[in-house]
Design a protein around this ligand. Sequence first.
Ligand code: NAD
Length: 306
Amino acid sequence: MDIAVTGGAGFIGANLVRYLRVADPGGHVRVLDDLSTGSKANLDGLDGVALHEGSVIDPAALDRALDGVDAVVHLAAHTSVPRSLADPKGAYAVNATGTVEVLEAARRHGDLHTIVASSSAVYGNGPALPKYEELPAEPRSPYAGSKLAAEGAAAAWQASFGLPTLAFRFFNVFGPLQPAGHAYAAVVPAFVEAALDRRPLEIHGDGHQTRDFIYVGSVVEALADALWRRVTSEGPVNVAFGARLSLLDVVEELREQLGELDVHHTAPREGDVRHSQADQRRFWELFPDIEPVPFDRGLAATVRWF
Ligand code: NAD
């Protein structure tokens, strides 16, 4: 299959592109990425991959990237909660309007199967756990609101125009190619980098906040399975382990793998959710054959990559 991947030079995107090149060597991949947070180096050395530098809010760039492909995976986004607080209009322009542009381009190119990346951030801070897809959304940041708009558009384009869509609500994805060392870094790479540099691990708040971490290798397997079987869903689908680890649990697991580590607590971050855990029933109904990589093995693979 020939697949267009928006945001394919980013963390999840580049892992997906690499996976597709191995699992389907006869297929080609088109990447549309503006390289704002992604990097060309993530795609270095891959044949059968064409990088189109451009933005998902540009219909002409989308037309070039989608011409002749069989399906689209839409991952391009402003992905950070703090960045969305600093630039809420930018987050909506790329994440909400950009998704509408992708869905319209998918219609123009023959009603392409389109997978849209949403986020567990849409659940917000409500006490209900685990988070099941029918819970009322409670977006607490411009990022979360823009992701809710994106998955709403995927559902609306399916209902209104018959476009085959699937919106995945990713929980906390981690693994190789996820950058550390910048202000918006995700917690796992930030911890791993600090641990390897023998610096204290910086925890925002008390460290008892929990997340449902999922290894990127499992996420790209689910994305590829969805592409090959053309899986669609009227509503969004959680993607996670269904397990809950606190940040202090992550520190403990790193201690097991790397030895003694220091921790430094700083102020909690505005817009962060307290607890997160996925209900996985809808995921298992649609993807019974995916076996998630356990957290400790995923963490070891991440440490090896650094
Ligand atoms: P990432 O920042 O590594 O990747 C996003 C990519 O999109 C980057 O390569 C960036 O350059 C590109 N991009 C940004 N704006 C663009 C634009 N206007 N046009 C074209 N390309 C653009 O982030 P990621 O972690 O790989 O996230 C991928 C998707 O998954 C995003 O939609 C994100 O919201 C979603 N998601 C990720 C996680 C996670 O834990 N990593 C969790 C929930 C949801």
